[in-house]
Write a protein that binds this ligand. Structure first.
Ligand code: SF4
Length: 438
């Protein structure tokens, strides 16, 4: 998103980390970065144990495929456990390791290339460059494998493969024609981050994102083009322009796509590997320690993937066992049915974690969804976001039905129309109608 005439943030970014804990109304809030959403089963168990020992016992999944734990007290016990689990590899760079990646990459034959190896390469180089510790904690990278699922989620610097060897570099959602060899993709993302910092210094404002700079995407792209000599030439492009970056004929159009994988994901028929992946939705992105332990126990390949839709993917499950796995997850309150009314419903923190909130939005959203559970109508694919005040923190990108607490109930906003709802019953009915497109 480009913010026109943005005159600068009035304060420095105070995004929480595992070490830089935010004092929320319900205690300390620590956020742990999980590049590409990749977690080992032992890391998930450590998170579950540490959330129970030091916090509220709940792991919250974020829209950047990171995790956070609330209700922490004084002391560094939580951070020490995260460091021991390999989830805090750099004290100086912990808050800048915001890396989205296509959650199904390498699992289902989708996309153009498996971006899995690029996640660790990017993370390693990010942490190794001292100057990049100055990036704001909101700055975000995305590695899309070519299917376009994370390219439209508003990262500052995105790689989107456009062919087997070539990728577009998209800045703040704007395709300015930058193209690089896939082999140079990580280098291009690092260059984008460096040039964001250079442009930020030149403009002498406080900004957290490329889109917040004056003419940010174009100016950062111009700076990157000036460094194109550092890149190998792109085959088939004008050598005068294509030493690393080139002008594209038609800009790519990027937009948010889908609500994330839910249910069994097959491999292509031709694949010799007959294992499947299972997409799991986590209601309102809140995972109890017991649910996390269960997921870790069922992830037979030793790895899980967090998604930017606040869900998880269990990779490489035995096809014969996947129905039993899904049943156990459903018993524990997790969702593997793509038609579930929980799909696409998000909520801000609300009460008691946020002092600004006019309601306990998560409890109210749960009541509303539970009350429509037996409705015969399809719950639809329109995302619904519940918020405790007009700030609407955590609102997904794109077209969304907003359910906003007013102090006298809720108000549902969609496409410029508003409907006041006095109680949860009315709000649930309005939400169901909106998802059925009114
Ligand atoms: S939207 Fe309002 S109530 Fe919800 S977390 Fe943000 S500031 Fe708090």
């Amino acid at each position: 998103m480009v913010i026109a005439h943005f005159s600068g943030r009035s304060r420095l970014d105070a995004c929480p980390g595992a070490l830089q804990v935010h004092a929320a109304a319900d205690g300390g809030l620590a956020r742990v970065r999980v590049p590409g959403g990749r977690l080992t089963t032992s890391q998930l168990r450590e998170l579950a144990g540490a959330a129970s020992t030091y916090g509220s016992g709940v792991i919250e999944l974020t829209s950047r495929a990171n995790v956070q734990v609330r209700g922490l007290g004084e002391g560094g016990g939580f951070a020490a456990r995260m460091a021991a689990a390999g989830l805090l590899p750099s004290a100086t760079h912990e808050r800048i390791r915001n890396v989205l990646a296509s959650p199904l990459t390498g699992l289902d034959g989708g996309g153009i290339t498996d971006v899995g190896p690029l996640i660790s390469e990017l993370d390693r180089h990010l942490c190794a460059r001292p100057a990049l510790a100055a990036l704001p904690g909101r700055f975000m990278f995305a590695l899309d494998d070519g299917r376009g699922d994370v390219a439209g989620l508003g990262a500052d610097a995105t790689i989107l493969p456009t062919g087997p060897d070539e990728a577009a570099v998209v800045l703040a959602g704007v395709d300015g024609g930058l193209r690089v060899l896939l082999d140079a993709a990580v280098r291009a993302l690092l260059t984008a981050a460096e040039e964001f910092l250079a442009e930020l210094a030149a403009q002498q404002i406080t900004a957290w994102r490329i889109g917040e700079l004056e003419d940010g995407p174009a100016r950062v792209a111009a700076r990157m083009r000036a460094r194109s000599g550092e890149y190998p030439p792109l085959p088939g492009h004008d050598p005068a322009r294509a030493a690393g970056t080139a002008a594209s004929a038609a800009p790519l159009r990027l937009r948010p796509v889908g609500l994330g994988p839910v249910g069994v994901v097959e491999r292509p028929r031709a694949s010799a590997d007959r294992r499947v992946a299972l997409g799991v939705a986590v209601p309102l992105g809140r995972l109890t320690s017991a649910q996390a332990e269960l997921l870790a126990g069922l992830a037979s390949c030793g790895e899980l993937r967090l998604t930017p839709w606040r869900g998880m993917v269990l990779p490489r499950l035995d096809r014969k066992e996947v129905a039993g796995t899904a049943a156990r997850l459903a018993e524990a309150g997790l969702v593997t049915d793509p038609a579930s009314p929980w799909i696409g419903v998000t909520a801000c923190t609300g009460r008691p974690g946020c002092a600004k909130s006019l309601a306990d939005v998560r409890a109210d959203a749960t009541l509303a969804i539970t009350s429509v559970r037996n409705e015969p109508a399809d719950s639809g694919t329109l995302p619904v976001h519940w918020a405790g005040c007009e700030r609407r923190c955590g609102r997904p990108r794109g077209r969304v039905a907003d359910v906003v607490a007013t102090g006298d109930g809720y108000r549902l906003d969609l496409d410029g129309r508003s409907l006041a709802c006095a109680d949860i019953e009315e709000t649930a009915a309005a939400m169901t109608a909106a998802r059925g497109e009114l």
